[in-house]
Design a protein around this ligand. Structure first.
Ligand SMILES: NC(=O)c1ccc[n+]([C@@H]2O[C@H](COP(=O)([O-])OP(=O)(O)OC[C@H]3O[C@@H](n4cnc5c(N)ncnc54)[C@H](OP(=O)(O)O)[C@@H]3O)[C@@H](O)[C@H]2O)c1
Length: 283
């Protein structure tokens, strides 16, 4: 068993309708854990002490209880945190025990709750793209990563071994139509991670990127999103039926994150699309 601790941001889930608060977010029909939740569970299974962060404390508590149902001996701490608030991020890091050594996984990013857009959809034809969206998409992922790295750097520099895994997106590597603000935000994050990997490597900090395509975290359950993604895919000559968009599980992404955390090698980046999704890596 590994003797390390891990902070995972962006931990939560979506439920189609209210379910029993004691039932597991990982096994209850109608609940979809997100990537952060699955990373936290995989890391707890591997032996990490895990601290989970997002803004919604009830969701964090339920994810924690769900992990403990699966791994009763796990150490899982919840720290409700707005990752865009440097004071809260500092308080999160200061709340951690000084040992064992710390790794970080940043999953916080776009969710219906973070975006005041109709139907949870953030893919828009250019004429309909709200003017605030590019900044919102960019800030949520890029500024939050800057805050996390600045606050964690003193600790990461001191350690014998330090890993930072950032969940980005295939949308940052290959643009698509109706993705003006989304591709710009994720493209900015992708370049920020590449710059970080170069700058922090001489300090002994290994930065890794995991870039997923379409993941089943509930985002695509919205008919508006489903419709936009089918329109986008048609531009690449992929014709999915309504509701038939191929989605990978968030567990598949968690597997990739665990490889970055545990490998002897410094895994620079892993890009993965769902089975059947258009597999373009650049436009
Ligand atoms: N789903 C996909 O198909 C897909 C594919 C590729 C990349 N991605 C990206 O991967 C990341 C994770 O996606 P996901 O689908 O697993 O998650 P998600 O369901 O979209 O949830 C995002 C998480 O980030 C948290 N969050 C948002 N703003 C925050 C803030 N200011 N402070 C703290 N936490 C915040 C949310 O929790 P609270 O609202 O409780 O704070 C939520 O737990 C996102 O950046 C997403 O864009 C998603």
């Amino acid at each position: 068993m590994i003797n390390r601790q891990l902070v995972v941001t962006g931990v939560g889930y979506k439920e189609a309708k209210p379910t029993d608060a004691d039932s597991s977010v990982f096994t209850t029909p109608g609940i979809k854990p997100n990537m952060g939740a699955c990373v936290a569970q995989h890391a707890a299974i591997a032996g990490y002490q895990v601290t989970i962060a997002a803004r919604t404390s009830e969701k964090l508590e339920r994810v924690r209880r769900s992990i403990l149902q699966r791994v009763p001996q796990a150490i899982v701490r919840c720290h409700p945190t707005d990752v865009l608030d440097p004071t809260r991020v500092e308080s999160l890091l200061q709340s951690l025990p000084t040992e064992p050594e710390l790794d970080l996984v940043q999953c916080a990013g776009a969710s219906a709750g973070s975006f005041e857009v109709q139907d949870g959809n953030f893919f828009f034809p250019i004429e309909e793209t709200p003017l605030h969206m590019p900044t919102l998409e960019f800030e949520t992922v890029v500024k939050s990563l800057l805050i996390l790295v600045q606050k964690a750097l003193p600790q990461l520099k001191k350690q014998r071994r330090s890993r930072l895994v950032v969940v980005t997106s295939m949308s940052g590597m290959r643009a698509f139509p109706m993705g003006f603000s989304h591709c710009a935000g994720k493209g900015g994050l992708h370049e920020a991670v590449r710059s970080l990997a170069l700058e922090l490597n001489p300090m002994g900090i290994r930065v890794c990127e995991v870039a997923p395509g379409i993941v089943n975290t509930g985002l695509y359950d919205s008919p508006a999103v489903d419709s936009m993604v089918r329109r986008i895919s048609e531009r690449f000559d992929y014709h999915y039926s309504p509701g038939g968009i191929p989605e990978m599980t968030p567990d598949a992404v968690a597997d990739a994150v665990m490889l970055c955390l545990l490998s002897d090698a410094h895994v620079l980046s892993i890009s993965l699309v769902s089975d059947g999704q258009f597999p373009h890596q650049s436009s």
